[in-house]
Design a protein around this ligand. Structure first.
Ligand code: PEP
Ligand code: MG
Length: 592
């Protein structure tokens, strides 16, 4: 068997060498047969029993998942349980069993397929999510009818690398098993559910490997490198040896970071940076605290919609935000208001299908048309903020008009809460994300209106360079280290500082070690990165002086092209921090 190297999207860091455990989410196999009239009552009873068993399983999964990653993700199972109470779905099945005389497996299969098809035909991301839920639930009922139990994945009785088409939320509990060394999946991108889940569980993973499941069989040797996105099938002995070395170095490095994580992010000449965490779900506060952060720099609150089929009400939101604020106190939590739209289409909120969703009805634009949504969220945050220091951050702001409008609403809500006698925190700071070129250009004026800035380099790069951040075809053009993007960052930092406010960065560039010295030298006050990147970035900050970072940045600003600037940053960092294992798999500065 020849060695094959594949490249996917690195989703959660770490290196694993092991054997393939192949799992595809195939539908359970069953026979179709006729049930004579006198046995149809018994067939209906069999169906009812499988429904109860399915309900029980979903509730167990929900509880286990809630302990694992928090209540928000666990609610995915509530969405599935709702299908079991859907009158139309269930009565269609009951009627077909009693009137047509088909066996329950065949009827459940047919009904789930037709509901799934109907949702898929609606051509909307949200309904496609529901179609997936109906499919999952249908398969689960059929497995129960067949007496096949709940083992979607498993059992993994020895350590193995899970190779799968996709990782469904219901599979995640199986990742609890120590035996899952890593995950490699056909589907998914860096921001996919699989990536988010594996990152929060700290299981190394690579996603987006296309047809990997067709290329392997159980027991094949495989290497998964969640740092670089490489997957190697049938590795040669020397490849294994070189990866064992990499793995050991990486593990030694992680062990070293544990100590560093206890110290502040301060340069050798005493320049202090706030190093915070980006999180999507409350359960991630554990990892953020473990890896030593100074608070949450970006809480992507719209992930609350990931798990809910209805727009979450004020009380639900209050509890959700409070969990995070309480866990992080006395460190501050920056809650970003819902950034729905773009690629984040999670709910049955009627988000239209648009030709350019990233530039369409998104984030605060949705709020202006659906004021209740903003109103409820701000009330919930202000009330939850009594548990600890909290900041509110508005995404996708394009200029002053929007900020004034948002501030007016914010003040109205405070008076309203006061009148109603609610306990709330009036000292919540208000900031904006600088992620649109218009906002960066107007940063000097915007700075006078807000308490802080946070630069979103993912969107800023997308809009400055006119490169769709999710489009594979133009991936090589998506370059946050383009001098045009760096100039916008510099303008924003300078504008913020002239107005006396702090400037943070929370886009992916903040977590890229190639850029750390440049960002420090540009004067950013705060870097906000995924919890797993905290130790590495802290190590870099603590190993450089502010003086050298400023001098380096002066030179970096002289470059005319992205390629030159990337190489300058990468070569300098690799040379300066040669002892770090993080450069192993990167041979260019453009590794985003
Ligand atoms: C960004 O745009 O850089 C950012 C942090 O926000 P998101 O990736 O959620 O759009
Ligand atoms: Mg953004």
């Amino acid at each position: 068997m020849p060695e094959i190297q594949l490249s996917g999207v690195p989703a959660a860091p770490g290196i694993a060498i092991g054997e393939v455990f192949l799992f595809r989410h195939d539908e359970p196999e069953f026979q179709q047969y006729c049930v004579v009239e006198s046995f149809r009552g018994a067939e209906l009873d069999r169906f009812e029993e499988s429904l109860s068993e399915t309900r029980r399983q979903l509730s167990t999964l929900r509880n286990r998942m809630s302990k694992l990653v928090g209540d928000a993700i666990a609610r995915i199972f509530d969405a599935q349980a709702v299908i079991l109470d859907d009158v139309e779905f269930i009565s269609t099945i009951r009627n077909a069993i009693s009137q047509e005389g088909l066996n329950a497996e065949a009827v459940v299969h047919r009904t789930a397929n037709s509901f799934q098809e109907a949702f898929n035909n609606l051509d909307d991301e949200v309904f496609r999510g529901k179609a997936q839920d109906v499919h999952d639930v249908g398969c689960r009922i059929i497995r129960n009818l067949l007496g096949k139990g709940d083992s979607a994945i498993g059992p993994l009785d020895r350590p193995a690398i899970l190779v799968t088409d996709d990782l469904l939320p219901s599979d995640v509990v199986h990742l609890l098993r120590k035996n899952v060394q890593a995950v490699a999946a056909d589907l998914g991108g860096a921001a996919s559910h699989t990536a988010i889940l594996t990152r929060s569980l700290e299981v190394p993973s690579v996603v987006g490997l296309k047809d990997l499941t067709n290329r392997v069989k159980n027991g094949d040797r495989i290497i998964v490198n969640g740092n670089s996105g490489k997957v190697i099938l049938n590795p040669l002995a020397e490849t294994i040896t070189s990866y064992v070395v990499k793995q050991n170095k990486y593990e030694e490095y992680l062990a070293e970071l544990v100590d560093i994580e206890k110290h502040p992010a301060e340069t050798t000449d005493g320049h202090r940076i706030a190093l915070k965490a980006n999180i999507e779900l409350p359960g991630e506060t554990k990892a953020a605290l473990k890896h030593g952060c100074d608070g949450i720099g970006l809480f992507r609150s719209e992930y609350l919609f990931l798990t809910s089929n209805v727009i979450p009400g004020e009380e639900d939101q209050y509890k959700y935000y409070r969990q995070v604020i309480e866990a992080m106190a006395p460190n501050p939590v920056t809650i970003r208001t819902f950034d729905l739209g773009g690629d984040k289409v999670f709910t049955d909120l009627p988000l239209p299908v648009e030709p350019n969703p990233f530039m369409g009805w998104r984030a605060i634009r949705v709020f202006f048309d659906q004021p209740k949504l903003l109103h409820t969220q701000l009330r919930a945050i202000l009330r939850a903020a009594t548990a600890g220091p909290t900041r509110i951050m508005f995404p996708f702001v394009s200029g002053i008009m929007e900020i004034r409008q948002l501030k007016e609403i914010f003040e109205e809500i405070k008076s309203e809460l006061e009148k109603e006698g609610f306990d709330f925190n009036p000292d919540v700071e208000i900031g904006v994300m600088i992620e649109l070129p218009s906002a960066a250009i107007m940063a000097d004026r915007i700075a006078k209106e807000v308490d802080f800035f946070s630069i979103g380099t993912n969107d800023l790069t997308q809009f400055v360079l006119a490169v769709d951040r999710g489009n594979e075809r133009v991936r090589s053009l998506f370059r946050p280290l383009h001098p045009a993007v760096i100039r916008m960052i510099k303008m924003t930092v300078d504008a913020g500082h002239s107005a006396g406010i702090k400037v943070a960065i929370c886009g992916e560039l903040a977590a890229n070690p190639t850029a750390t010295m440049l960002l420090i030298g540009l004067g950013l006050d705060e870097l906000s990165v995924s919890p797993l990147a905290l130790g590495e970035i802290k190590k870099l900050v603590r190993s450089m002086s502010y003086e050298e970072a400023v001098e380096f940045t002066g030179k970096a600003l002289e470059y005319d092209t992205a390629v030159e600037l990337e190489h300058f940053c990468y070569d300098t960092m690799k040379h300066r921090f040669a002892e770090l294992p993080i450069w192993f798999d990167n041979n260019s500065g453009n590794n985003y």
